[in-house]
Design a protein around this ligand. Structure first.
Ligand code: ADP
Ligand code: TRP
Length: 321
């Protein structure tokens, strides 16, 4: 079984990205042949900044490896290392009705946010379908926000097979992470870059712990019992603490006598300890830049091999060969 997913290189990884995307991807490495890539072509649909693109790609590669992506088991590569994906995107676009793309939420949301309504942003789901179909992917793990893009992929794949013959492309199944709880940000809303309420997973200890001290709380006095429902501190602590430490903090909320400042300090320590092994791994990776280049080069080679087989089959089916 081939499992494929892409992650956009769009800045510092935060705790929401870790629990919502990286950690599940790392776990899935055990269940099949994982193809994981850095969606650099996709990132260019909303930002055209060469310096930032280079940096973000490098950073995502380092962070993903530090979080447990195992290059011995997974094929890890940059999307643009396999430019053949653009050819498949073109072939798919010849069977893609305009109306299918026009109804996509992500295009509507992004243009509403002020991102230029360029052709690439509109055609984004076709390139995404090509990413998936180019590697005969069976399972595609994604967050809820990508559900519609997976539906477009399946539609296009079925249409393509209708026109060019069954088996021309493999129809993939999404694995939608409905169950992963939304990680809350420092202000209690969903943690997201667009809200500026994120807690990065890597960085310097002092400023990161300081961010935790800024978590919004109510004005319950130290002696009084504190609400547990809707508590941002507890929601985040649950991700990092052992069940018994978590239960102890809930109890301390109910009993009163401990101030929010102390709870935040406990949270900051638990958060820092949780990511300690990944920080160590990250420092090792950073000390050996050739390692990152080697991993991405090997991944690209394996991805290209697979892609050329699939593309040859598709080219034959459509009459280009
Ligand atoms: P952001 O909202 O910060 O821009 P992205 O949209 O780039 O994050 O998300 C990348 C991945 O991380 C997606 O798979 C998404 O589902 C996941 N993710 C982002 N924020 C959260 C969150 N707060 N809780 C759970 N998963 C999240
Ligand atoms: N659009 C995805 C996101 O923003 C990233 C992505 C690009 C992707 N191509 C993909 C995910 C193919 C899964 C499969 O999160």
């Amino acid at each position: 079984m081939r499992i494929l997913t892409g992650l956009q290189p769009s800045g510092k990884l935060h705790v929401g990205n870790y629990f919502g995307a990286m950690e599940p991807a790392v776990r899935l490495q055990d269940e099949g042949e994982a193809f994981y890539f850095i969606a650099d072509y996709h990132a260019m649909t909303s930002s055209q900044d060469p310096v930032a693109l280079r940096e973000n790609v490098r950073e995502l590669a380092v962070d993903f490896l530090a979080c447990g992506l195992d290059p011995a088991r997974a094929v890890f590569f940059r999307q643009s290392a396999v430019p053949a994906v653009n050819e498949l995107a073109w072939l798919l676009s010849t069977v893609c009705p305009m109306s299918l793309l026009a109804k996509c939420h992500s295009y509507k949301d992004k243009t509403a946010q002020g991102i230029a309504a360029n052709h690439a942003l509109f055609a984004y789901p076709v390139l995404m379908a090509a990413d998936i179909l180019l590697y005969d992917s069976n399972k595609v793990p994604v967050g809820k926000d990508q559900k519609q893009h997976l539906e477009v992929t399946r539609d296009l794949a079925m249409k393509f097979n209708d026109v060019y013959g069954a088996g021309t492309v493999v129809i993939p199944d999404p694995i939608i992470r409905e169950d992963t709880a939304v990680v809350v940000g420092l202000d209690g809303r969903k943690m997201s870059k667009s809200y500026g309420n994120t807690l990065p997973i890597f960085g310097e200890e002092k400023p990161l712990k300081k961010l935790i001290m800024k978590i919004t709380t109510d004005s319950t006095p130290v002696e009084a019992a504190k609400p547990t429902d809707g508590s941002t501190i507890l929601a985040l602590y649950k991700l990092f603490a052992s069940p018994s430490d978590f239960a102890a903090m809930v109890k301390a909320h109910e009993q009163g006598g401990v101030g929010y400042g102390d709870f935040k300090k406990q949270l900051a320590d638990a958060y820092w300890d949780f990511f300690a092994p990944m920080r160590v791994r990250r420092a090792e990776i950073l000390a050996d830049p050739a390692f990152i280049d080697r991993v991405l080069a090997e991944g690209a080679m394996r991805a290209r091999e697979e892609a050329s087989k699939v593309l040859e089959r598709v080219r034959r089916a459509v009459g280009l060969l």
